[in-house]
Design a protein around this ligand. Structure first.
Ligand code: NAX
Length: 340
């Protein structure tokens, strides 16, 4: 029996672009196993690749069939965005053009606009009414902005970009420094761009009810030493963790990125009191409207919303402003290309 003929509750259609790549391979089997949408939601997978990646995606599709996942209803491989986004409920935009040797930022943005623009237009044309989209491929924030701008009939707040990996990296570092498991730490926030300018912010974080900053002061022997650890070790290490992984592993983050993407979608769908995600700014915290910027967010299951009203001190403000300025520069560079 062909997988598409299997009967049962209506399946959620999940489209993964770049599905023949590394993160795609780390994502597909976990989604099919129900780790993203839960054990009660059957899934239909649509894998989008460019011609060079189609065989790899087709190979993954064969392996998916060999897993005989009870929740997996159908797997299609396409190189046409209109086919891949047809009826799509959830889109993970993973495939992107990497920065090549000697490539300037404007060239990189232009190359990715050529990918995320048409994909946004295809989502606009053929996706399901309630579609939700997360950009993983870099530059993720601006790629989400381009896709959203190319889908005028889809509410902009359906488009997000992944900073959950940065959030989880920050949580991992704090957990190690404090000797506390990650689930005892809450209130961490990533602000700004998914780039080295991002600001991993612990000023609202608590560990077992105690402000993290106090726990760090106790751990490092004073507030000044704790601040120095945050400024000189923690923030740069989180912001440059991707480069550290490449240096040590000889290849970029894959499983951790796929895990973060799964948690991003899972928490948006199932609800969460607090995490980090890049969402379209409505002007919260003075961040220019329309930028796709990382904020502390919550979800009631109907999409991420910025957690408002947090006090921001001058040091934090300065760091947020640097990353937001980078997002503005990326947006302006894309505008100069005539894309927005
Ligand atoms: P790979 O090079 O292994 O895979 C990318 C795949 O995308 C390739 O198979 C390629 O054929 C495909 N592709 C390219 N253009 C496409 C298009 N127009 N339509 C469909 N597919 C297309 O890269 P991988 O390691 O999987 O990383 C994918 C992206 O994630 C990169 O842009 C990477 O920079 C980004 N990352 C984002 C992270 C985040 O936290 N936001 C962290 C991890 C990762 O660095």
């Amino acid at each position: 029996m062909a997988p598409s003929a299997v009967r049962g509750p209506a399946a959620t259609t999940v489209t993964i672009t770049g599905a023949g790549g590394q993160i795609g391979y780390a994502l597909l089997f976990r989604i099919a196993a129900g780790e993203m949408l839960g054990p009660d939601r059957p899934v239909r997978l649509r894998l989008l690749e460019i011609a060079q990646g189609v065989r790899s995606a087709e190979g993954a599709a064969l392996e998916l069939q060999d897993c005989a996942f009870p929740l997996l209803r159908e797997v299609d491989v396409a190189d046409d965005p209109l086919a891949a986004f047809d009826g799509c409920d959830i889109a993970l935009l993973v495939g992107a053009r990497p920065r090549g040797p000697g490539m300037e930022r404007a060239d990189l943005l232009a190359a990715n606009a050529g990918i995320f623009g048409p994909q946004g237009a295809a989502i606009n044309a053929v996706a399901a009414d309630g579609v939700r989209v997360v950009a993983v491929g870099n530059p993720a924030n601006t790629n989400a902005l381009i896709a959203a701008a190319s889908a005028p009939d889809v509410p902009a707040d359906r488009f997000t970009a992944l900073t959950r990996l940065d959030h989880n990296r920050a949580l991992g570092q704090l957990s190690a420094a404090l000797g506390s498991p990650p689930d005892e730490i809450s209130g961490l926030a990533i602000w700004g761009n998914h780039s080295a300018t991002q600001f991993p912010d612990v000023s609202h974080a608590v560990v077992r009810g105690e402000p993290v900053i106090d726990a760090l002061a106790a751990r490092f022997g004073g507030r000044d030493t704790a601040d120095a650890w945050l400024d000189d070790i923690f923030i740069p290490r989180v912001a440059r963790r991707g480069a550290e992984i490449i240096d040590v592993r000889g290849s970029s983050s894959v499983a951790s990125a796929a895990h973060a993407a799964i948690e991003h979608v899972r928490d948006e769908q199932a609800g969460t009191a607090w995490t980090s995600a890049a969402v379209v700014s409505r002007g919260e915290y003075g961040i220019p409207e329309g930028l796709v910027c990382s904020f502390p967010v919550s979800s009631d299951g109907g999409g991420y919303r910025v957690i408002e009203g947090l006090p921001i001190d001058d040091r934090s403000r300065a760091r947020i402003d640097v990353s937001v300025a980078e997002l503005v520069a990326e947006r302006d560079a894309v505008r100069a290309l005539g894309v927005l």
